[in-house]
Design a protein. Structure first.
Length: 291
């Protein structure tokens, strides 16, 4: 039931086509798994046209000197929030329209077949949700939700877009470049007159329901994922170098439990030295070959 979609390869590093021997090895790995634990990263969404941070030559760090906003800076600085939300406002229509690619659909189908026990994504783009995955944890949250730091009230990001438009009826800015989490590149001059709404319930600060750099994933969520991993018999990492500890800790736990670990990622990862299997291929090209 996987519908083929044409991949957008602008942000995908160059790699060779899947090696038939490697396809066979991954097939064996998946066939031997009864309760597969899957962790995905930005490399599974690059084929949907969303850039990542670290990919060689095409990631944000390779192309620009820009770095993602830090949690402390967002909380502390009104001008940082203004800059963040102005960029996010301009980028949102394009970012929210991205569609799942073949790799997302394959993992959804594995879940339906009872092969995939639990999926943990480090991505905040909602593409697994759009694909129909349900047995899933969004480790770092999702940009499609916004909450108030003071009272905790949640609204949809699409609803906030309407508030932005009402507050900034004549404000316009043209973007030059797109970043991984849905914002775009704007100058300080472009953002200086942008108006940011407060929480309509208490007047507090509105923040995307995502874990910014420098923030931590809640212990409750970490414990929940550890429980799902404890129920699993193998781990597949798809599209992640696992450089961020919040995801890497689960690979360490899998190694401790002596679970077989397979990695599907273009380029080196933090797990290469202890994985059972490492494959350098596009997720959307190799995963559909596994039955």
């Amino acid at each position: 039931s996987v519908s083929r979609t044409s991949p957008n390869l602008a942000f995908v590093p160059a790699c060779l086509p899947p090696d038939p021997v490697e396809v066979e090895e991954l097939q064996r790995f998946v066939s031997n798994s009864k309760r597969l634990f899957v962790m995905t990263g930005a490399g599974i969404s690059t084929e949907s046209g969303i850039p990542d941070y670290r990919s060689e030559g095409v990631g944000l760090y390779a192309r620009t000197d820009r770095r993602p906003i830090q949690h402390a800076e967002f909380v502390r600085s009104a001008s940082a929030r203004q800059r963040y939300w102005a960029r996010n406002f301009v980028g949102w229509p394009q970012f929210s329209s991205h569609r799942p690619n073949t790799a997302h659909l394959v993992l959804r189908d594995w879940e339906k077949l009872g092969k995939l026990h639990w999926l943990v994504t480090q991505n905040v783009d909602a593409l697994h949700t759009k694909a129909g995955s349900q047995r899933m944890t969004e480790l770092h949250g999702c940009t499609h939700r916004v909450f108030c730091l003071a009272c905790g009230d949640q609204i949809l990001r699409s609803e906030l877009q309407e508030h932005f438009e009402a507050l900034n009826p004549t404000w316009k800015a043209e973007a030059f470049g797109v970043a991984p989490d849905g914002d775009v590149f704007l100058t300080d001059e472009q953002v200086c007159n942008f108006q940011v709404p407060a929480c309509h319930k208490c007047g507090g600060i509105l923040k995307p329901d995502v874990t910014f750099f420098g923030d931590t994933v809640s212990q409750e969520k970490v414990n929940f994922v550890h429980q799902r991993l404890a129920e699993s018999d193998s781990m597949l990492v798809a599209g992640s170098s696992m450089q961020v500890y919040s995801g890497y800790r689960f690979a360490l736990a899998a190694r401790e439990k002596r679970l077989p670990i397979a990695i599907l990622n273009i380029g080196p990862t933090r797990l290469d030295h202890f994985a059972s299997l490492k494959l350098n291929s596009r997720c959307g090209e190799l995963l559909p070959l596994i039955v």
